[in-house]
Write a protein that binds this ligand. Structure first.
Ligand code: 3HC
Ligand code: NAI
Length: 703
């Protein structure tokens, strides 16, 4: 019998069942049913004495099939829990032979086997909390019985995986085996048969840890706190289920686990985290990828400009093990950049984040340069010079002369037109935007900006490069600010309007951090520098004088209050302290602005503050979608989650709008747009209007 999802073979007295459901052997209905049949068959076959279950292609199993969640298939028998009970009840010993990844339901399956043998580097874990869930097929009951309570709590509450060799001192792993895992598994099974070892049901083991109450008490406190609020409900339920494993018979514990799993599955947090899982995997993909052999791998990097961004980008590549040539316009600027990079590695080594040898090895990959000829071997050059079109065009002309014909040339511009920059070269198909976020070596987001001439080969090579250096890439089209900064401009305008109408910057900031954003807009503006927004307004004024409107921040900038770097902006800062303090002068400037505009301040509620700012984001997001700047709502959400500190428990602005209901979002925006003097951009985007009218969601659009 060879079902398409698994392979059954008999090797003498050993039955070998290989899971074969690419890409990750997720335990969807077809595989569950086939596995139950295969175990049944081995039990019925007189010649078979033991059963080995293994994976394929370096993957044991990544667990339950997430794409089945919420569909009838998830509930179809055999459910995973029942399959695992049947495995545990097998009269013939079952051995899980694990190599590669063994996560979630995949590990729960292995916990139901009677023995486990693993490759030393097999990755073992229960990541369900990261999906807002608890392990739902016995993981909370069996893992503490095998791995001990403390280790089980750590693994389940963190969701992080552990290499098998770190678990060999626990009952979870009976043997660690190098080499071919199938061969090792069959050998292990033969020994069990030869020694006539009885089956050992995990569920019959007792948990007897004298420190159990102390561990559970500590875990209860830890589960109630934590930065990522999206994980809190699942963590709390994990502790409750593990407490049941300690205090109740197995049958009651497993029933309680199942009940909590199903309850969490319906929660807003779990819906959001599942959506993020899908969105993050879809975002970095081209709909029309070129064949993989057409894509030149990128391994030798050039960077032009060794300022804030250039040095951070350089560190990202050095950390990824790639040689970097860093070019500046003069020796002083070059030295400054190199010193900054060296200091970064010295500090990392001092703090113990890196060994001194690794720090030195990474630094040795850096070549400082003043001459464009030094970039002749680069596969990819990223420009990070001043945000000025003429300067950038000049740099691209020089790069075009100096770099090999197939080299990719990228700009890290925040707002400028990538197509105009590409036209400065004779190779526009090799030009694109690579918009890193600051600090570039820490922030995971990378907007990959597709110019009108950027070839699929160019994009594919940069998407592969992003994966290599651990960035989350999102494809964006060319427009002012791409996805993230274009939306931010509306959010920021909404925040300033609220202050103009009567709110204080602190009230706006605290309403939005209360909603869950990492930082409010005025704190963010003080951190980035008020001059950055001012420069963008000036650029837009030059491009479109009709769009110019006075702005409260103009007076702060004029008086030199640029934010943290000058010690004051919207707030005041004390030397060496980033905590914002009241700044009466900013309040006076706000009052003066209101008087000059004839505004009588009004009291504004927290709800209105949050709605105005978040719906302003959503409305611009809808325009970005209908213009094709982003391909999917999920792409926008990945940008906001990874680049702008949007709370993960809401899944991103577009998913949040879907959950609130697009009709409510539409009607609220319509009301704002209808107020006297309201700016045009408050009008609901046509896409939002049509989705709201049809009762559809952003998530469904084009999916
Ligand atoms: N179910 C369905 N599809 C899955 C999956 C799963 N559990 N895990 C991964 N996939 C899919 C991905 O969506 C992706 O599909 P795509 O190619 O169409 O985009 C493909 O497999 C490859 O995944 P990645 O791009 O993430 O590949 P990586 O090699 O980077 O990572 C991985 C592989 C480490 C397995 C990673 O995918 C992962 O962490 N998966 C999730 C594991 C997980 O959370 N398991 C628990 C599931 S819930 C559960 O088991 C409940 C149980 O307790 C009852
Ligand atoms: P920066 O002012 O810190 O650094 C720019 C560097 O470029 C300076 O060291 C300067 O000497 C060098 N330079 C200027 N002209 C040059 C030339 N012709 N040849 C070689 N080097 C030259 O600026 P920053 O902040 O690093 O910004 C760089 C680019 O990155 C800009 O386009 C900016 O919009 C963009 N960006 C900035 C972000 C930020 O938060 N700072 C975030 C994302 C993008």
């Amino acid at each position: 019998m060879n079902d398409p999802t698994l392979c059954y073979e008999e090797h003498g007295e050993i039955a070998l069942i290989r899971l074969c459901r690419p890409p990750v052997n997720s335990l969807g209905h077809a595989l569950r049913a086939a596995l139950l049949d295969a175990v049944d068959r081995a039990n019925r076959q007189d010649t078979v004495q033991a059963i080995v279950i293994t994976g394929s292609a370096g993957m044991f199993s990544a667990g339950a099939d997430i794409s089945e969640f919420g569909t009838p298939k998830a509930a179809r028998e055999p459910r995973l829990g029942r399959l695992i009970l049947a495995l545990e009840d097998s009269l013939k010993p079952v051995i899980a032979a694990i190599s590669g990844t063994c996560l979630g339901g995949g590990l729960e399956l292995a916990l139901g086997a009677h023995f486990r043998i693993a490759a030393p580097d097999a990755r073992i874990g229960l990541p369900e909390v990261k999906l807002g869930l608890i392990p739902g097929a016995g993981g909370t009951q069996r893992l503490p019985r095998l791995a001990g309570l403390e280790r089980a709590l750590n693994m389940i509450l963190s969701g992080n995986d552990v290499p098998a060799e770190q678990l060999q001192d626990t009952g979870l792993i009976d043997a660690v085996a190098g080499g071919d895992i199938v061969h090792a598994g069959i050998g292990f099974a033969r020994r069990i048969v030869a020694e006539n070892m009885p089956v050992r049901k995990t569920r019959d083991l007792a948990i007897s840890d004298p420190a159990a109450e102390a561990f559970l008490g500590y875990a209860r406190t830890a589960a109630a706190t934590g930065k990522d609020k999206a994980l809190l409900p699942a963590r709390q339920k994990c502790v409750e289920a593990i407490s049941a494993a300690v205090g109740l018979p197995f049958e009651q514990g497993i029933a309680l686990e199942r009940e909590k799993f199903h309850l969490l599955m319906q929660s807003g947090e779990a819906r959001a985290l599942r959506y993020i899982f899908k969105a993050e995997r879809a975002a970095g993909k081209l709909d029309d990828p070129p064949s993989s052999d057409a894509v030149h791998p990128v391994s030798n990097i050039g960077i032009v400009g060794a300022g804030t961004m250039g040095t951070g980008i350089a560190i990202s590549f050095l950390d990824g093990g790639m040689p970097v040539t860093l070019l500046e316009m003069d020796q002083t600027a070059l030295d400054r950049g190199v010193i900054r990079i060296r200091k970064h590695y010295e500090l990392a080594a001092k703090k113990g984040k890196l060994s001194a040898a690794s720090a030195a090895q990474r630094l040795s990959l850096l070549t400082p340069a003043l001459d464009y000829a030094s970039l002749s071997a680069a596969d990819l050059v990223i420009e990070a010079v001043f945000e000025d079109m003429d300067v950038k065009k000049q740099v691209f002309r020089q790069l075009d002369q100096a770099c090999k014909p197939e080299a990719i040339l990228a700009t890290n511009t925040s707002y400028l037109d990538v197509d105009r920059i590409a036209q400065a070269t004779r190779r526009p198909s090799n030009v694109l935007g690579l918009h890193f976020f600051s600090p570039a070596n820490i922030m995971r987001l990378l907007e990959v900006v597709r110019g009108e001439a950027s070839s699929r080969k160019t994009l594919a090579a940069c998407l592969a490069m992003a994966r290599r250096i651990g960035k989350k890439a999102v494809l964006a089209g060319v427009c002012d600010g791409f996805i993230g900064n274009r939306m931010l401009a509306r959010y920021s305008a909404a925040a300033h309007q609220l202050v103009a109408e009567g709110a204080t910057p602190r009230q706006v900031d605290s309403s939005l951090t209360g909603f869950g954003l990492a930082m409010g807009p005025f704190q963010m503006s003080d951190l980035a520098g008020l001059d950055i927004g001012y420069a963008a307004r000036m650029r837009r004024k030059n491009e479109n004088p009709g769009s110019w409107r006075p702005h409260i921040a103009d007076e702060l900038v004029a008086r030199g209050h640029l934010g943290q770097k000058t010690g004051s902006g919207w707030y005041r800062y004390e030397e060496g302290d980033r905590a914002p303090k009241p700044f009466p002068l900013a309040d006076e400037i706000i009052d003066e602005y209101r008087s000059s505009q004839g505004i009588v301040p009004r009291k504004i509620s927290q709800t209105e503050i949050v709605e105005r700012c978040i719906y302003a984001l959503v409305n611009e997001g809808a325009r970005i979608l209908e213009e094709g700047i982003a391909a999917r709502a999920g792409d926008i959400d990945v940008v906001y989650l990874n680049g702008y500190g949007f709370p993960r428990r809401f899944g991103g602005p577009m998913f949040y709008a879907d959950e609130v209901g697009l009709k409510h979002v539409h009607d609220t925006l319509h009301a704002y747009a209808s107020a006297p003097g309201a700016e045009d951009w408050w009008r609901p985007a046509p896409l939002l209007r049509s989705l709201a009218a049809s009762g559809a969601t952003f998530e469904e659009w084009k999916n």
